[in-house]
Design a protein around this ligand. Structure first.
Ligand SMILES: [Zn+2]
Length: 412
């Protein structure tokens, strides 16, 4: 790979490349576009690049974090939604509460949330939007990644063709926006219960041509499992109120088996499986078979339903993991440090490197962002200096920190 001229050498007590072991007393060299040129022991790097002055970082150098699941458009709901009663109760509050705010208030909240996410070390997002409200906020904050344009069955009912309607809406929006679209747009379903099988199939087929994966909330609560299996549970009651034909969301299958039957795994990139709180052994086996990454949103899961997925089962099955914050409607902030701290405190026996990898290289791989997630020559992941660290146990101290101090050395 041809690399351009090295321009900066940054050394630190620790460098965590995330694509290999942590390096004590190490350094990173970048070129003028902040593309990584070299990573290695400080003495070796200094002798290989003698003309470069040494910049000194105080803590650990890491690639920027990749928040693989958030909803920046819902930021105005911060602290407003009651949790602890399960997803159906939580979700029914979303529409009612959002309607109390003007578009301007919702955009201001989205903008503040996006800037706070960057300040906490976020380089890229997988952002889900039912509207396009968050796109300028994300662009203004300098966030890259994937925008999952969420298509509900109700959009299909209004427009006759949810995919074509959403595509038109997006094109008009981008043409009239002063912001360059820095995120790839991919059509996405919300969940298996919020669209019928025909629309779900068409969304998966359309997403397969984008070069990025799509994303779906799946196995998030027991009501979803019951609806899919036999048409019972609280989602069935909600769908009846919405006059959705009974049976149209009940394939008699588990969530991953249904997803497979819809052609979700036919494309080059498997969809992101968000939550998987109620995943069965069959679901885990199918996720593994199709190499589909699971996006964990632990603080949101704890707020809404008071339980976490079976992470030990995911790890022993070898599932690929990424982390997300979900929205401010179910999480106190959009920082992955808080998610890592929650996981570390619930699973103290699991190596902290696993959560750091999920928050960086795991998220980048899940979203198909080849240049991000690791300090590796040729990538341009953004570099941050994170403090404080325990120099004897840098990964454990970072993962437990919850709100460490982040200084950007280079933005992606
Ligand atoms: Zn979500």
């Amino acid at each position: 790979m041809a690399l351009s001229n090295p321009t900066r050498l940054i050394s630190a007590p620790w460098v965590l490349p995330m694509a290999g072991p942590a390096l004590a007393d190490a350094a990173v060299v970048v070129d003028g576009a902040d593309t990584i040129v070299a990573v290695g022991p400080r003495a070796e790097i200094k002798s290989a690049f003698p003309a470069l002055p040494e910049e000194r970082a105080q803590g650990a150098l890491l690639p920027g974090l990749v928040n693989a699941h958030t909803h920046v458009e819902l930021s105005v709901l911060a602290g407003r939604l009651r949790g602890g009663e399960g997803l159906v109760s939580w979700a029914t509050q979303v529409g009612r509460e959002t309607a109390a705010f003007s578009a301007e208030q919702r955009f201001d909240a989205a903008r503040r949330a996006a800037l706070a996410a960057v300040a906490a070390g976020t380089a890229a997002v997988g952002d889900v939007g039912n509207t396009l409200l968050a796109i300028p906020a994300l662009a203004e904050a300098g966030l890259v990644g994937v925008f999952f344009h969420e298509l509900l069955g109700s959009r299909e009912a209004v427009t006759g063709d949810a995919l074509a309607g959403a595509e038109r809406e997006y094109r008009e929006f981008v043409e009239s926006s002063p912001w360059p679209a820095r995120l790839a747009r991919v059509p996405a379903p919300h969940a298996l219960y919020s669209a019928g099988p025909d629309l779900l199939r068409r969304i998966f087929a359309a997403a397969a041509g984008t070069g990025h994966p799509t994303s779906i909330h799946i196995a998030e609560g027991e009501d979803e499992i019951q609806l899919l299996r036999d048409g019972s549970g609280r989602w069935a009651e909600i769908l009846a109120l919405l006059q959705v034909p009974a049976g149209s969301r009940t394939p008699g299958l588990g969530p991953l088996a249904y997803l497979e039957s819809l052609g979700a795994f036919a494309g080059e990139r498997p969809p992101l499986l968000v939550h998987m709180v109620c995943a069965s052994a069959e679901d885990i086996a199918l996720a593994h078979k199709h190499r589909a990454p699971v996006v964990l949103c632990p603080r949101s899961n704890l707020h809404i339903g008071g339980r976490l997925p079976d992470l030990r089962a995911f790890l022993s099955a070898g599932l690929a993991l990424a982390l997300g914050s979900d929205s401010l409607g179910s999480s106190p902030d959009l920082s992955l440090w808080g998610e890592m701290a929650a996981l570390a405190s619930h699973f103290p026996d699991i190596a902290p490197e696993i959560w750091l990898r999920a928050a960086t290289v795991g998220g980048a791989a899940a979203l198909g962002l080849a240049a991000l997630g690791a300090l590796v020559p040729g990538k341009r992941p953004g570099i941050m200096d994170v403090t404080p660290i325990d120099t004897q146990a840098p990964c454990a101290s970072l993962v437990a920190a919850a709100t460490p101090s982040v200084r950007w050395v280079a933005r992606p």
